[in-house]
Design a protein around this ligand. Structure first.
Ligand code: ADP
Ligand code: MG
Length: 222
């Protein structure tokens, strides 16, 4: 479902080239749950962004469900992102002055679906994520845990084949973290492929995790 072949990524800043990932090869099968572990600055977020087609590798190939997302023009990679991928960002990236419902619907807006269909889909995922009772509330009025649930609902509204989660428990207490992990385990049972970047030890001995990959200074340690 996700294939990286010899992927490197450097960021150019002024005259300097800052290496973030070096020669990463990685295969994640359909329905697998893989945890990507590593200290801050090791390249986890960069790796997830490459898989989501939000940035391009400096070298190598990234394939998602057989399509080489790293070589596609932006409007094609955006379509794959919209149709196949749910991304839970570390800092949520919600639109704070919009309501919960509006935030959850945003990924599907380019699909030109009738409003009542959008609302029906949003309602289903908001219920699944325990946030439906706040549908009309503006996001900046919610607690951190509630915002996290909105971010998850938004990531699920397109019925993604793949969910990428960037430190999803970073801003949650242990109880909410465990609730989130239960949600992710349910997704795995439904056949969703999961890649979770985290250094939260709660993930490391979970039954639903198939593989833990450790990354340091942009390289996978075996
Ligand atoms: P992690 O998510 O594991 O904390 P990141 O992928 O965010 O690590 O960062 C990996 C390295 O790439 C770090 O050295 C970081 O400073 C650098 N980096 C990440 N994004 C950018 C960017 N947009 N511009 C320049 N450097 C970046
Ligand atoms: Mg990060």
């Amino acid at each position: 479902m996700i294939v990286l072949e010899a992927v490197s990524k450097s960021f150019i800043q002024g005259d300097e080239s800052i290496p973030a990932l070096a020669n990463i090869s990685l295969h994640v099968k359909r329905g697998e749950c893989v945890v990507l572990k590593g200290p801050s600055g090791s390249g986890k977020s960069t790796l997830l962004s490459l898989i989501a087609g939000l940035m391009q590798p400096s070298q190598g190939e990234v394939r998602v469900d057989g399509k080489e997302i790293s070589k596609l023009p932006e409007h094609f990679s955006a379509a794959i992102r919209r149709q196949k991928i749910g991304f839970i960002f570390q800092k949520y990236h919600l639109i704070v002055h919009l309501s919960v419902l509006e935030n959850v619907m945003t990924p599907l807006i380019p699909e030109n679906l009738p409003l009542h269909v959008l609302e029906m889909k949003a309602k289903a995922v908001m219920e699944q994520c325990g946030i439906a009772h706040k549908a009309k509330m503006r996001v900046n009025r919610l607690s951190g845990g509630e915002q996290q649930r909105v971010a998850i609902a938004r990531a699920l509204i397109n019925d993604p084949l793949i969910v990428l989660a960037d430190e999803p428990t970073a801003n949650l207490d242990e109880k909410l973290s465990r609730a989130l992990i239960d949600e992710l385990a349910i997704l795995k049972e439904k056949g969703v492929t999961l890649l979770i970047a985290t250094h939260d030890p709660l993930f490391f001995d979970l039954g639903c995790v198939d593989k833990i990959i450790e990354i340091h200074n942009g390289e996978i340690i075996v």
